[in-house]
Design a protein around this ligand. Structure first.
Ligand code: SF4
Ligand code: SF4
Length: 703
């Protein structure tokens, strides 16, 4: 006789009927829960194309196609440097659902999650096969569940069942700190789900083992490998023949009730991500985290509202995204605000919105406090770490827009917003002094050199801040030494509007952006070079929405080009002027707006190796490249007071110092200010802060 097994062996009529009752009740609970979530999603706004913000402004007609919210035009995060980005929703599902790429950044987490995921899928398929066999569907096609088909199915069901249990075991071990990990969710229900999985897996194998024990030798040796092992153990313990029946029935009942409880619980717990995450990932491109969603002026005029306040202000796609949350805490663990004791957990923001989905009224205040929203540095670590592509940072900025619209701007940033609007810079200094940093350096303005190859965008910090003026002077010296044909805008340059936009003041940003685009459109330069990571990001990623399509290069990349072209001399130990050579070892602090939002961590490392380090050892902090830890200045935080718990710049300073470096190299004026402040408070450390341009300039021949 060919090998097979009787389906629903030992199941009496009462149990059979009970199974059908539960098989209706559990999916009923599932369907009701999903229906309630769909009702929440339907409260959201429909998706609309991005607004054409400056239809008559400069560059009108040359703007790139606008991106409808969620339209899969572009994925933002490459698999690895040089690996092309995917635009196809199917490829995105393969990357994030099947390969679980972002979970893979923590190997133990990937092993655990992938084992549970694939174990679950195979066990689900196995259950479907058993159901089809039970109702004679295979028979209709002349297939019988015997012989090789049975052997193959049973073998792999056991193997994947074991993998499922192993995955659950690792997850439980991670919860008690046995593997390097992200701090697990403290919610009891999240722990209970893992125990539920464990019990489902174990009782499944017990049921199988008891059935095989009843059948007697050869116990399906080599087929149901795990069940066979258990059957031998049961037999050794004296459980055989009819004595098996009650035990089998009891464990079968337990297993069935647990499985039904699992199905019923899906929409009411984090298990909801099983259903929603693949759907949302297929719908949504990886976020271009450097580009914030523009505000539609017509809509603001029509509704008199700006930003997100109530659930009905969100798009349905945003509301779906929050239900995709796996409660994994990756966003929270990566968040510099959370790490330094601020009242912000990006996960909590997402879950609070989701939990509020069925309620009326504002989310601001009792649900999400202003303090929480103002704590964000817009570093993007949450967005880049989220395995299911949720845009926590974009949500926070859109909620800030509402606060700003209501006049609830946090005190210390108010004057920055005011002076950006009135004087074109957050320091409130006169535009006429914008080029004072260049005194004695023979730096041409666009009036003196109207058709430069390079338009040097200095930025407000590089223009007005004392320490950053030294950086701009060093960069100007390098450009001169390399024979670059360049100009500056001088007093015609204004703030790009980055701080205003990230604080949530979209209208001040819009004024700056349109004025700058108009100015830039009148200069026939080939490309913009800037030493400010924030200006770089805004000019490159956000100005195209306002008709400004320019080639923009960060100074670290431009320096790399100059060095590669032999236009900057190789490392030599002679210093020049106000720039001093590095003391080593050297560590580079990656700016979020270069290395994370714009994937630009590589060129600067080339510059360090070839020239800037002067041959001194280069070390890396634990958080480097696209995994960098913010300096604390982004999101307009540069212009806000920071009074709660540890300062973000101090936390980052400690991380950089722990590498043993004697020079901290930076590539952004905001990072310079924050880390320079931290170094002054720790003057005994003997660690200096230098911009990469200063390190390169230090090796120029003395004139
Ligand atoms: S953008 Fe940065 S600071 Fe803001 S919530 Fe995300 S991780 Fe935290
Ligand atoms: S928002 Fe994303 S990263 Fe944060 S807990 Fe949810 S799934 Fe994890």
């Amino acid at each position: 006789m060919e090998i097979t097994r009787e389906i629903l062996w030992n199941i009496d009529t009462f149990t059979d009927v009970a199974m059908y009752v539960l098989a209706i009740a559990a999916p009923g609970s599932f369907a009701y829960g999903v229906w309630r979530r769909v009702r929440v999603w339907r409260r959201g706004l429909p998706l609309k194309p991005a607004p054409a913000v400056a239809p008559d402004g400069p560059g009108a007609g040359s703007a790139p196609p606008t991106i409808a919210d969620g339209e899969p035009l572009l994925d933002d995060v490459p698999l690895a440097p040089g690996v092309p980005r995917v635009t196809n929703p199917l490829l995105r599902v393969i990357r994030h659902v099947f390969a679980q790429q972002r979970i893979g950044r923590i190997p133990w987490a990937w092993l655990s999650h992938a084992s549970i995921f694939y174990g679950f899928i195979v066990l689900f398929i196995g259950t479907v096969i058993v159901g089809l066999e039970h109702y004679g569907i295979f028979g209709l096609f002349g297939i019988s569940w015997t012989g090789r088909f049975y052997t193959f199915t049973s073998f792999w069901l056991d193997v994947f069942g074991l993998a499922f249990l192993a995955g659950v075991g690792i997850a439980l071990a991670r919860r008690v700190g046995l593997t390097p990990q992200v701090k697990p969710s403290s919610k009891l229900i999240d722990a209970a789900i893992l125990w539920l999985f464990l019990l489902i897996g174990v009782t499944g194998f017990v049921v199988e083992g008891l059935r095989i024990a009843y059948d007697g030798p050869p116990f399906e040796q080599g087929v149901s490998v795990v069940g066979w092992g258990r059957a031998k153990a049961f037999a050794a313990g004296g459980l055989a023949g009819d004595a098996v029946r009650p035990w089998h029935l009891a464990s079968w009942w337990t297993h069935m009730v647990l499985v039904m409880a699992f199905i019923a619980a899906i929409p009411y717990t984090k298990l909801l991500h099983f259903v929603v995450a693949p759907f949302y990932i297929a719908l949504t491109p990886e976020h271009r985290s450097g580009r914030l969603k523009p505000v539609s002026l017509e809509e603001v005029e029509e509704t008199g509202r700006v930003g997100l306040a109530e659930v009905t202000d969100f798009t349905w796609q945003q509301l779906v995204s929050y239900d995709a949350c796996t409660h994994c805490r990756r966003c929270e663990s990566a968040c510099p605000a959370f790490a330094t004791g601020k009242p912000l957990s990006p996960m909590r923001v997402i879950l609070d919105i989701a939990e509020h989905g069925e309620h009326q009224g504002s989310l601001h205040g009792d649900v999400i406090s202003a303090e929480t929203l103002w704590s964000c540095t817009t570093c993007g670590a949450c967005v880049h770490n989220c395995p299911v592509l949720i845009d926590q940072m974009g949500t926070i900025v859109e909620m800030r827009r509402h606060l700003v619209g209501e006049g609830q701007v946090v005190g210390s940033s108010q004057s920055a917003l005011r002076t950006i609007a009135s004087r074109g810079n957050p320091w409130g200094l006169p535009p006429e002094e914008r080029a004072d940093w260049a005194q004695g350096l023979d730096v041409p303005t666009v009036d003196e050199n109207p058709a430069p190859d390079v338009l040097l965008w200095v930025g407000c910090a590089g223009s007005y801040d004392r320490r950053n003026q030294q950086v701009t002077r060093a960069l100007a010296k390098v450009l001169k030494a390399a024979g670059v044909n360049y100009s500056i805008l001088g007093k015609k340059e204004r703030c790009t509007g980055d701080p205003a936009r990230r604080i949530g003041d979209e209208f001040t940003f819009l004024e700056q952006a349109t004025a700058n685009v108009e100015t830039l459109s009148q200069v026939p330069f080939k490309r913009i070079v800037t030493q400010c990571a924030h200006c770089y990001n805004t000019l490159k990623n956000e100005y195209p929405d306002y008709g400004g399509n320019f080639q923009v290069t960060h100074h670290t990349e431009f320096l790399q080009e100059l060095i590669a072209a032999g236009k900057v001399p190789p490392a030599a130990a002679n210093g020049s002027g106000d720039a001093q050579p590095a003391a080593g070892p050297v560590v580079f602090h990656d700016p979020c707006y270069l290395s994370r939002h714009n994937d630009g961590a590589e060129p600067v490392r080339d510059v360090l190796k070839s020239t800037a380090s002067g041959g001194l050892p280069i070390v890396e902090p634990e958080r480097a490249g696209c995994n960098t830890f913010c300096c604390g200045a982004g999101g307009g935080r540069m212009f806000m007071e920071e009074q709660i718990d540890q300062r973000v710049n101090v936390a980052r300073w400690e991380q950089l110092k722990a590498t043993g470096a004697k020079t901290v190299a930076v590539g952004c004026p905001f990072c310079m200010t924050m880390l320079d402040d931290a170094s002054k408070a720790d003057s005994d450390s003997g660690v200096a802060v230098k911009d990469i341009a200063e390190l390169v300039a230090a090796h120029l021949p003395t004139t």
